[in-house]
Design a binder for this molecule. Structure first.
Ligand code: FE
Length: 192
């Protein structure tokens, strides 16, 4: 083990023992949360999106309380910050960024991609959001309002994208399969 690894191990042990001492989280709870986060993937958020496209009641629940909607389809949310859901429509497109660090809806999307954590994305998503979308291959008409939303340690955000044309009559599994990670952050749009 290198010196840096030894230091980071000691820091981790100190923080986890403080969390336990203060009654914030036990070792077992931390291990469980880590296991749940390791198992999370964008496929979970995609299931929520597909369900919302098919079921207006589920869509309403998701917009009112993202965490409840996640739990309703079996995604564990215990110990996670609240989850807000931003609905795209014909007038408004949402883009999510954490300007401070890398706050990401890990419970429903898994670990953030490297670009989400990069200084370039965090700065440009705010300064030139339309420009950065073009780099992801997404060109929005000028008539669409673009809202950039800051994800924080206290509140995480995901995007409910618009259902693409050409998916009429598709079932939930088919719809789930076309929803990608970037679609739920707002850098890309689902394609049929
Ligand atoms: Fe952050």
């Amino acid at each position: 083990m290198s010196l840096i690894e030894a230091d980071s191990e000691r820091l981790l042990a100190a923080v986890t023992s403080l969390l336990a001492q203060k009654g914030i989280a036990s070792d077992d709870e931390l291990v469980e949360r880590q296991r749940v986060t390791d198992a999370a993937s964008p496929g979970q958020g995609a299931r929520m999106v597909a369900r919302a496209w098919l079921d207006p009641e589920y869509r309403a629940l998701m917009l009112a309380d993202g965490a409840k909607a996640a739990e309703a389809i079996g995604i564990p949310m215990r110990g996670m910050p609240p989850l807000g859901v931003l609905e795209n429509d014909a007038e408004t497109h949402h883009l999510v960024v954490c300007t401070l660090c890398s706050c990401y809806p890990r419970a429903v999307l898994g670990y953030p991609p490297l670009w989400f954590k990069s200084a370039a994305y965090r700065a440009r998503a705010v300064r030139d959001p339309r420009g950065i979308l073009v780099e992801f291959g997404t060109t929005l008409p000028d008539s669409i309002r673009l809202r950039v939303v800051d994800s924080t340690a206290d509140y995480r955000w995901m995007v409910l994208p618009m259902r693409p044309a050409g998916t009429e009559g598709w079932n939930e599994a088919q719809l789930t399969a076309i929803v990608r990670e970037g679609d739920m952050i707002g850098v890309t749009l689902p394609q049929a």
